[in-house]
Ligand binder design. Structure first.
Ligand code: SAH
Length: 336
């Protein structure tokens, strides 16, 4: 705050202006100088000329042996979200958060234990991308190539802000990134998937399926009680009909949960409804573990059966596991 006051004094203004601006930034969470209504137009213009409001900042940064960087990002109100930079030889991906915590209750996910504290503002999402892009250039000498909404939160529960952020990221005046390089991952909210399809969005869709057997899915993702698989399937068919963009099903195979032939058959059946591919994700332990990843032979069987039915399968190896930056491990541990 003193720096701000000094700035005003140097400009021949009064020092208390520094306090006013500080309060706008830290108490009222203003994102733009033009919103600081108790300052004169000239003062706001002066601020615009000299400063940029960066209302998030990297509070802590952890680097994994594999090059993955996990950031604890502090928001203007002190809450923390996590964003991850994932480099591979071909691309560098930012995994960003859309909410502080999450209101869904997937039993295998660390973020679910935090509960939802609030939705992120569009600017807070864009700023994560900007921060990660900067890290990508600094540590990997290349700009960010992809963005996945697979950090904390359910993006479709914060739909307007997520869409506004994507607009900003893709618009030429913003970051100018192609929407085809952005993937929104949802646990599967049928109504919202249809809405997105209606709005003609151009980014890719990933759905955390994990089981195509109703009872099993309800057990591991209890909120799906209100969103039966039949509704999800219908919404996904609708999505494909409107966008012609095939979706990815994210799927972890767990011992004793979805490791039987009937589980594989149900997945094959589910994949028939709309063009799709399956991404088998390695399970990342979250501490209190009721879950175990299935044996490699089971995963192999999944791959064989899916491929035999002409379904594309990819296997996602975990990145950043040693720093709890992998899928489902984001839980602000550094804060604990
Ligand atoms: N809420 C969104 C996005 C965040 S989770 C969604 O559900 O898709 C990103 C991905 O990580 C999802 O596919 C989720 O199911 C998966 N995931 C959650 N916990 C995990 C864990 N412990 N190990 C591996 N993947 C996990």
């Amino acid at each position: 705050m003193t720096a701000l006051s000094d700035f005003f004094i140097a400009q021949g203004d009064q020092s208390f202006r520094g306090k006013q601006v500080y309060e706008w930034l830290w108490k009222k969470g203003a994102h733009r100088f033009e919103d600081m209504t108790n300052l004169s137009k000239d003062t706001r213009a002066l601020l615009e000329e000299h400063f940029v409001i960066n209302h998030i900042h990297v509070d802590a940064m952890q680097k994994s042996k594999d090059g993955t960087i996990k950031n604890a990002i502090k928001l203007h109100d002190g809450l923390i979200v996590e964003s991850v930079l994932i480099p591979t030889s071909k691309r560098t991906t930012a995994c960003v958060s859309s909410q502080v915590g999450c209101s869904l209750n997937c039993t295998f996910c660390a973020t679910a234990k935090l509960k939802r504290m609030r939705n992120l503002q569009a600017d807070e999402i864009v700023d994560q991308v900007v921060a990660i892009d900067r890290q990508s250039r600094l540590y990997h000498q290349k700009p960010l190539t992809n963005i996945v909404f697979m950090g904390m939160g359910e993006p479709l529960m914060n739909y307007p802000q997520v869409l506004a952020a994507i607009d900003k990221i893709t618009s030429p005046e913003g970051l100018g990134m192609s929407p085809r390089r952005i993937t929104l991952s949802t646990s599967g909210i049928p109504k919202m998937i249809k809405k997105m399809a209606d709005e003609g969005v151009k980014f890719k869709l990933a759905v955390s399926l994990h089981s195509a057997v109703e009872e099993t899915r309800k057990k591991i993702m209890p909120f799906t009680e209100h969103f039966p698989l039949t509704d999800l399937r219908e919404a996904l068919e609708y999505w494909y009909a409107k966008t012609k963009s095939r979706m990815t099903y994210e799927y972890v195979v767990w011992k004793g949960v979805n490791d039987q032939q009937a589980d594989i058959d149900a997945l094959v059946e589910f994949c028939r409804f709309a063009p799709s591919k399956v991404n088998l994700i390695e399970y990342n332990a979250i501490g209190d573990d009721a879950f175990r990843q299935a044996a490699p032979e089971v995963i192999e069987r999944y791959i064989q059966v899916l491929e035999r039915h002409g379904i594309t399968v990819t296997v996602r190896r975990s990145r950043g596991k040693d720093i709890d930056a992998a899928c489902g491990q984001l839980a602000n541990k550094s804060q604990a």
